[in-house]
Structure formats: C-alpha cells, structure tokens
Design a protein around this ligand. Structure first.
Ligand code: DQA
Length: 156
C-alpha cells in the first residue's frame, strides 16, 4: 500500500499570496498544496494536505496520524513558537515529523527563534520557500523506505 504523509499547515497559511509577499512569496496555499501532491506522486506517497487556523485541529490531525500516516510535514505557523500541545501530540504519536518554515525564522524577530516543534521533529527545514515541503517529502519517503534508527532525533 502507498505510504500516507500528512502535510499540515497552521494559522494564517491560508493567506499565502496575500500575506507579506516579500517574506512568504506570491504563491497561494492552493499552489503549495498542488506542489505537495505532485511531489507525493513522484515519490510514491499519498499526500493528505490540510490547513487550519485552530490549534486543536492540528492536535487532532497529529493524533490521527498515529494510525493513518507514516509521516508528517508540519508548518505550524505561529503555533510553532507557542504550542506545548503540539509538542506533546508529536511526542505522543511517535510518527516522524519534519518541521518546515517558508521563511528563515532565524533571520527574523527573536520570538520566532524558539520552536516547540524542533525538539520532537525528525528534521527541520527553514527559509527555502515552497521547495522546503518538497525536500521534507523526499526525506520522509527515504525514511519510510528504509528507516535508520541513527537518524532518530536526540531527546533528553
Ligand atoms: C512560518 C514562520 C512563523 O514564524 C510564522 O508565524 C508563520 C509562517 C513560515 O512558514 O515561515 O505563520 O511558519
């Protein structure tokens, strides 16, 4: 059966194309979703793409991934910097998740430098725009094909 990967986008990412195009680019969420589906079909993954402005939806979807997906690509938007609930959900389900940000959060305001997602992510990709999602899907496809325990995140 084709492996399933959830691509989850958080608050305000529905406004891509309108929102601060100098930072986030001119592409829309629909463009980004299409890129993810195209990458998925190239990589032999079924990509299930979702967006919500609500923290609880993201928590529910991460929990759903426990039985319904083999990997998660997560851009939690601003919730990255605030949400212990998303951190706990990722920790609880143990499904490999790649954290993605369109912008280079480390080159921006200091409140964007801390992530609750990074310590429980299998990897982090920032600042590469929509390509970051493609790279994250490539990384998950490889990992699903041949899981390598040495690539597990180091946690305390
Ligand atoms: C973002 C970066 C976050 O700091 C911000 O709140 C977003 C988008 C990004 O993709 O660059 O909403 O996650």
């Amino acid at each position: 059966m084709t492996p399933v990967v959830f691509v989850l986008n958080g608050p305000n990412l529905n406004l891509l194309g309108l929102r601060e195009p100098a930072i986030y680019g001119a592409g829309t969420l629909a463009d980004l979703e299409e890129l993810c589906r195209a990458s998925g079909s190239r990589l032999g993954l079924t990509v299930d793409v979702r967006q919500s402005n609500h923290e609880g939806d993201l928590v529910d979807w991460i929990q759903e991934a426990r039985t319904a997906a083999q990997g998660i690509v997560l851009n939690a938007g601003a919730l990255t910097h605030t949400s212990v609930a998303i951190h706990d959900a990722l920790r609880a389900v143990g499904v490999p998740a790649i954290e993605v940000h369109l912008s280079n959060v480390h080159a921006r305001e200091s409140f964007r430098h801390h992530s609750y997602v990074s310590p429980v992510a299998a990897g982090v990709i920032v600042g590469l725009g929509p390509d970051g999602y493609d790279f994250a899907l490539q990384a998950l496809a490889r990992r699903i094909a041949r899981p390598d325990p040495s690539s597990e995140p180091i946690t305390a």
